[in-house]
Design a protein around this ligand. Structure first.
Ligand code: PMP
Length: 370
């Protein structure tokens, strides 16, 4: 059979292979360990609302039916709480699905998406797939968003400006002042995407009402959120976006595959969204665990970025990939950062207290070995 490479577009063959790592159960058996400490995907180990698990069980009775492609119930719940028109909400098979859909809607070959560096890989990869590209602007000293560089980049009218706040992997948040400057510089030809996958973890004093600020913006915008992180439903795949207008959403649903949000995910998300007490409890606990882990790393002399997400980004002072591999052999999974300039860094997700202690013990052992 002929090689498929001539068939496939160059934009695709030149992409790096996504490294999703070894499945933890496979790794556990391979290493003969009792348990794997999985801190490489920013999951929420405290889990979802018990009501969400119950809702999935109940939804199992109707699995022969297609899901409600209008997401009527969940749409109503979110619209009411956020005070936005329901037809300005869009749902996807995880928020990463929505990033891809939105890029396909607006980006032509050769166009540019501006974002930060270090960055969330999919903010760049979905642009590359389309024959467009991403321009990565490094964070400023002290892990401040590079607002001056963003303003300068916006003067060239990129098609997209996409910023994760809190950032993945850094954990930094845009301040109200940062957002004000960015909105003032962002013209109508640029779609502003704020990826708020981690917004529920932000401490009360660092919170910014982005939706209120965006309401006064004249250009197009989308805010992306997910049920994968604070809501603890990563395995079910559901995220949503709030767009500047209903027309944008109408067009988005032409590009989206019709039933991309499955029935179990919808049922779970409805129950999880209603259980605000559970959300408040787990996010407060993750914030406390985050502060404790950050303190423990700082005490050991590591430079740790201040984080409002459920992860910490820190400089190992060594080759981060080698440290991560040594941790992996001890059954602790973390994410080494591979972008140039950050190859000494590791991103570690906030686990349970026991997870975090196991991570620190393994890190100490690895560093003592080297
Ligand atoms: N945005 C950011 C910044 C993320 O870190 C992630 C997940 N790692 C996502 C979006 C995608 O999340 P999901 O598709 O699970 O909603």
């Amino acid at each position: 059979m002929a090689a498929s490479t001539p068939l496939i577009r160059d934009e695709v063959t030149s992409l790096p292979t996504y490294n999703a790592g070894l499945h933890p159960e496979k790794l556990r058996r391979q290493l003969g360990l009792e348990r794997i400490v999985k801190l490489d995907s920013n999951e929420n180990p405290l889990g979802p609302s018990p009501a969400a698990i119950e809702a999935v069980r109940a939804a199992a009775n109707d699995l022969f039916r297609y899901p409600d492609r209008d997401e009527t119930v969940l749409r109503g719940l979110i619209a009411a709480r956020l005070g936005v028109d329901a037809d300005r909400l869009a749902f996807g098979d995880g928020s990463e699905d929505l990033i891809g859909i939105i890029y396909r809607m607006v980006m032509r070959p050769g166009e540019c998406a501006v974002t930060t560096m270090p960055s969330f890989g999919l903010h760049k990869i979905w642009a590359d797939v389309l024959g467009a590209h991403a321009r990565l602007l490094p964070f400023e000293a002290g892990w401040r968003f590079p607002v001056a560089a963003i303003e300068a980049a916006l003067a060239e009218k990129p098609r997209v400006l996409i910023l994760a706040t809190p950032s993945n992997p850094v954990g930094a948040v845009l301040t109200g002042q940062d957002i004000g400057r960015i909105l003032a510089a962002c013209g109508p030809e640029t779609l502003l995407i704020l990826d708020e996958a981690y917004v529920e973890f932000v401490s009360p004093e660092a919170r910014v009402d982005t939706l209120a600020m965006l309401a006064a913006h004249h250009g197009p915008w989308v805010v992306l959120r997910t049920f994968s992180k604070a809501y603890g439903l990563a395995g079910l795949r559901i995220g949503y976006g709030i767009a500047h207008d209903a027309d944008f959403v109408r067009n988005l649903y032409k590009v989206r595959s019709p039933f991309s949000v499955n029935a179990a995910a919808l049922a779970a998300a409805e129950a999880a969204y209603a259980d605000t007490a559970h959300l408040d409890r787990v996010t407060a606990e993750i914030r406390a665990l985050r502060a404790a882990l950050r303190g423990a790393l700082a005490l050991r002399g590591y430079a740790v970025a201040p984080s409002e997400a459920n992860s910490l980004f820190f400089d190992t002072g060594r080759d981060g990939a080698a440290v991560a591999e040594a941790l992996r052999r001890r059954g602790v999974l973390v994410k080494p950062w591979l972008e140039p300039g950050y190859t000494g860094f590791i991103r570690v997700s906030i686990g349970t207290r026991a997870d975090n202690e196991a991570f620190l013990a393994a890190l100490d052992a690895v560093m003592a070995e080297a």
